[in-house]
Design a protein around this ligand. Structure first.
Ligand SMILES: Cc1ncc(COP(=O)(O)O)c(C=O)c1O
Length: 405
């Protein structure tokens, strides 16, 4: 399929058969202390997109710039939607559902990007992929690498949750813990690919990550009977997932398959709120993030400018939630049978906080998607001190009677 790249900042649009990362005119032109500039979006051929109207059903692969060989090797997509009835009742709503990307092969939404990066690597005959990650993107890429036999070089902050690091080690990636933040790991991974080659899969830096992530919107469209939800709540750190969600709806809209892009709500922690602040103030200032929800803890959001431009163009908005609200949301979800990691739970916390505004704008019966991006198993340490493990009983009938009397 034909596609072009377009710079989010200067609009420069170009084609290339090479692997492309950033805008040659804008990369590095941001002011000191501001979000990086020069990230690219992929534009699919509009005639091709319009041709998709003839199909009774579209698949995520119809919208991908690269072919995915043997997708069954690493089956990404087709995640269920789950309706938490009891939580709907508690909020006085009827149409809220969770998109369960916790069910993807490595347990997080990041499999969506990694799938397309595999397609890119195979198309270009490259078998080495390097990246930085707070944990989930690394686990996803490592899982994909294990499935397809690709070498994965992964830079992670040494403080990343052990479960995520362990996953990547187990999948066989070369894991390089960094004594620094995610943003430090990001720059080191770029150094790595400059020196040693391979594809760099850094979130947003490689525009195919956003393209891969858009698959969730296309999937939702088919799952909901060729409709979009009214509102989608998206947990946000770097802004790549939310940009991907927008891009999927944008492509559907360009294809003439939907008449409007739904309202998307960017859910951030108060302690990692760079994109929300940029949206509200118009200033793209980096921050020092410190949320316990590690996957959304980002100082310099790589996709920040793209996320803000999508939010502004399509009438989305941003919500900030406290640490307590995130952890309470995680508990509310798990007590309803939905096990999500803290970052993911920030989307539910966003919905809870935004409830009255949602009802005012869309009604209590609005169709609302809360995107659950990572399984709770990813970070069990977050429950330390929050949950008491019950004491063991003796192996006797008397002990049972005593325990429940
Ligand atoms: C589980 C989970 N949720 C949300 C996010 C936030 O995505 P983004 O950084 O693209 O905004 C991430 C990113 O690592 C994640 O792993």
């Amino acid at each position: 399929m034909k596609f072009k790249y377009q710079c989010v900042d200067c609009g420069y649009t170009f084609e290339s058969d090479e692997i492309v990362y950033t805008c040659p005119k804008c990369e590095g032109t941001e002011k000191e202390g501001e979000f990086p500039k020069g990230y690219l979006r992929v534009l699919l051929d509009e005639e091709y997109l319009k041709g998709l109207q003839k199909k009774d059903h579209v698949s995520i692969y119809d919208f991908f710039p690269y072919t995915i060989p043997t997708p069954e090797v690493y089956p990404v997509g087709g995640t269920p939607i789950m309706k938490p009835e009891r939580l709907n009742k508690k909020l006085g709503l009827t149409g809220v559902f969770c998109k369960m990307d916790t069910f993807l092969p490595s347990g997080s939404f990041k499999d969506r990007a990694s799938q397309l990066i595999v397609g890119q690597a195979i198309a270009h005959g490259v078998n080495k992929i390097a990246l930085a990650s707070t944990g989930n993107a690394g686990a996803a890429m490592s899982c994909a690498g294990a499935a397809y036999g690709l070498d994965i070089i992964l830079f992670v902050p040494e403080t990343a949750p052990i479960n995520k690091l362990m996953q990547s080690v187990l999948y066989g990636a070369t894991v390089v813990p960094v004594k620094g933040t995610y943003d430090d790991a990001f720059l080191l991974s770029i150094e790595y690919t400059k020196h040693f080659g391979g594809i760099n899969r850094n979130t947003a830096y490689n525009p195919m990550t956003i393209e891969g992530k858009k698959s969730v919107s296309i999937e939702l469209f088919e799952q909901l009977g060729r409709k979009t939800p009214d509102v989608v709540y998206v947990p946000t750190g770097d802004g790549c997932i939310i940009s991907g969600v927008y891009k999927g709806f944008f492509d559907l809209w360009k294809a003439g398959l939907i008449s409007r892009v739904p309202c998307i709500v960017c859910c951030q922690s108060e302690k990692s709120n760079a994109i929300s602040q940029a949206f509200k103030t118009g200033e793209y200032k980096n921050i020092e993030a410190s949320t316990r929800a590690d996957s959304i803890s980002v100082d310099q959001p790589a996709s920040g400018r793209m996320a803000v431009s999508f939010l502004k163009e399509f009438g989305g908005y941003a919500i900030e939630v406290s640490e307590k609200e995130i952890l309470d949301a995680q508990m509310d979800l798990v007590r309803t049978g939905v096990f999500a990691e803290p970052a993911s739970s920030a989307a539910w916390a966003g919905l809870v906080k935004d409830r009255d505004n949602l009802v005012k704008s869309f009604g209590a019966d609005a169709s609302v998607c809360v995107l659950l991006t990572g399984t709770g198993f990813k970070d069990m340490a977050v429950f330390d001190g929050r949950v008491n493990m019950p004491a063991s009983i003796e192996n006797s009938k008397e002990a049972v009677i005593k325990r429940f009397s």
